[in-house]
Design a protein around this ligand. Structure first.
Ligand SMILES: [Zn+2]
Length: 251
């Protein structure tokens, strides 16, 4: 039974039995895993607050060949997000981050890019208390890293360039399969509107760092539109609704 050490982010934890916790976490080097932290619910447990959601930790655990669950031996806090969870809008966004990460990442497949994305976006919300840009950035890049991002530059049906230009006011539309984006000419009933501002915001987020996106280049409204579009794509891919999405304030 080898002991592993890894940097990790706690995705969620649930009470288990009398005093234990079942912990879902994202290991930087080993991917998404689940394990048992024995005695974690006892007062003065050695785990302290390290198993709170989105805690960035160093974790030591035993992997057992015959069992899916690892045995968590020890955790050390690198960065806590408890304070950010006290702000309601921030807490909803952070809950969405953890729900989406659990839903889209396969078991035990390391993805350094997804790990860094999760940490970056959680830190951004903690630092700024601004939810919209980080949420949009997280959703967009999750879709991009999953390989599900439709072409943003040209209509997938007729090939016409999609204008991210508000003055021309040519909107684009997300197909009902949430897999392609089409122009106004090729639009079909039931497709979700993508405003020129949202299209421009999405393009910008693919090339600009999150901390360089200011309210002038990406308005909260445009960011929110990007979020809704990307969450549609994610829900289509995982074939179910995201529970935490219902808690988002209406756009
Ligand atoms: Zn078209």
């Amino acid at each position: 039974m080898p002991l592993h050490e890894s940097e990790a982010i706690v995705l969620q934890s649930y009470p288990l039995g009398e005093a234990d916790r079942l912990v879902s976490f994202l290991s930087r080097t080993m991917g998404r895993m689940r394990g048992v932290a024995a005695g974690a619910r006892r007062p003065k447990s050695r785990f302290g607050s390290t198993l709170e959601r989105l805690s960035h930790i160093r974790i030591w655990f035993f992997e057992r060949e015959t069992r899916e669950l690892v045995r968590i031996n020890q955790c050390e806090m690198i960065e806590s997000f408890l304070d950010a969870f006290r702000d309601y809008p921030s807490s909803i966004a952070l809950a969405l981050f953890s729900e989406i990460t659990q839903a889209v990442l396969p078991d035990k497949e390391a993805s350094d890019a997804n790990f860094r994305l999760l940490l970056l976006c959680a830190q951004n919300i903690k630092r700024t208390s601004k939810v919209e840009p980080a949420l949009a950035y997280f959703a967009l890049w999750t879709v991009k890293l999953g390989g599900w991002l439709p072409a943003l530059d040209a209509c997938s049906r007729c090939g016409r360039a999609l204008q991210a230009n508000a003055e021309r006011n040519q909107s684009a539309y997300l197909s009902s399969s949430a897999s392609t984006i089409v122009c106004a000419e090729c639009r079909r009933p039931g497709m979700r509107l993508i405003s020129p501002a949202a299209l421009a915001a999405a393009r910008r987020m693919l090339t600009e760092r999150l901390d360089r996106l200011d309210a002038d280049s990406v308005t909260p409204r445009a960011a929110r539109d990007v979020t809704e579009i990307m969450l549609d794509i994610i829900e289509r891919q995982i074939d179910r609704k995201l529970t935490s999405r219902e808690l988002l304030e209406p756009a």
